[in-house]
Design a protein around this ligand. Structure first.
Ligand SMILES: Nc1ncnc2c1ncn2[C@@H]1O[C@H](COP(=O)(O)OP(=O)(O)OP(=O)(O)O)[C@@H](O)[C@H]1O
Length: 296
């Protein structure tokens, strides 16, 4: 498959510092593909740019971190406009999930040679707002909020690890009321709750829990009940060994209502929000994404 026209949305302030325009120009030098570029600004997000491009190009490629990627996916959901990712950020969870190489020139080579197919990927919606990766509460939310730009610039992916250690020490369990699909409501306490579409953690291809799929039309709800050392070690071990652990509670559903004892911060992909009740639904096959063929 080859595209006649590609529009690149580039975040010039993305974490990777590299001559991405030269790479694009070189990759398509002798190709019949015509391409254009838009640059994001602090005041002009990737999502806003993407929305105006719907139907005006064959493929929107976003170069940046997950902030840009999730903003573009949110803008395009339900539109049938295909999108692709050139990883330019610190972690690029979605690119990892799809198997897009971290190396920009290698990712462009796949695009140029047509070694990919398009896949309809699920998204979710929380209190009306679309998300691509996950909704986080508790430690996981605090960790994303704590990993600020300065920390990410200095430490890259390690920024998340540094803030996790800080946040675990401070964490207190919260009692959540959960209603999954149309089943009976129940209460469960935990220091971290994640409602996730993607299993990838953006770190060396590690998965949060095995079997989480971005194309199964379902969301995975994962609760970490406590923060004692044994639980943390079990979670770390199961992540590394890619097996299911009893230290985490894990459910799947297509919709969830989560009620908190009081208003609290949560993370919708990259964005910080605050609420007492989360109404979450899956949007099966909401976005067409470019997926590289698996290398043999
Ligand atoms: N031209 C620009 N100058 C400065 N900042 C920008 C510009 N364009 C976008 N941004 C900022 O970049 C951020 C989103 O970028 P990106 O998705 O690469 O970051 P990220 O999600 O923090 O990535 P990662 O965590 O993987 O490093 C937003 O905070 C946005 O305001």
């Amino acid at each position: 498959m080859k595209f006649k026209h590609i529009h690149f949305i580039i975040n010039p302030a993305a974490a990777k510092k590299e001559p991405v325009l030269s790479y694009i120009s070189l990759a398509f030098k002798n190709s019949r593909t015509d391409w254009d570029v838009s640059l994001t600004k602090k005041s002009l997000g990737a999502g806003e740019i993407a929305r105006k491009l719907i139907g005006n190009t064959d493929l929107i490629v976003v170069y940046g971190g997950d902030g840009c990627v999730t903003a573009v996916a949110a803008a395009l959901n339900g539109s049938k406009q295909p999108m692709a990712i050139l990883p330019g950020g610190t972690a690029n969870v979605m690119a990892g999930e799809l198997g897009v190489p971290t190396d920009t020139e290698a990712a462009l080579e796949i695009l140029k040679k047509g070694r990919f197919h398009l896949k309809a990927v699920d998204m979710g919606r929380v209190n009306g707002e679309p998300f691509l990766l996950r909704v986080n509460l508790g430690i996981m939310a605090d960790m994303v909020i704590g990993a600020n730009r300065e920390l990410k610039n200095n430490f890259g992916q390690l920024a998340y690890g540094i803030t996790t250690i800080q946040k675990v020490a401070e964490a207190e369990p919260i009692t959540y009321e959960l209603q999954l699909d149309d089943k009976k409501k129940f209460r469960a306490s935990g220091v971290a709750l994640t409602i996730t579409n993607s299993g990838n953690m953006g770190m060396g291809g590690l998965e949060l829990q095995p079997g989480i799929s971005i194309t199964d039309g379902l969301l995975d709800v994962i609760l970490m009940p406590d923060k004692n050392l044994l639980t943390l070690l079990k979670v770390a071990g199961s992540t590394l060994l890619q097996n299911e652990t009893t230290a985490l509670q894990h459910w799947t559903c297509s919709k969830a209502v989560i009620t908190l004892p009081k208003k609290q911060n949560f993370i919708c992909d990259d964005a910080k929000r605050n609420t007492k009740k989360l109404k979450i639904t899956v949007m099966p096959g909401a976005i067409l994404m470019l997926v590289p063929f698996k290398s043999k």
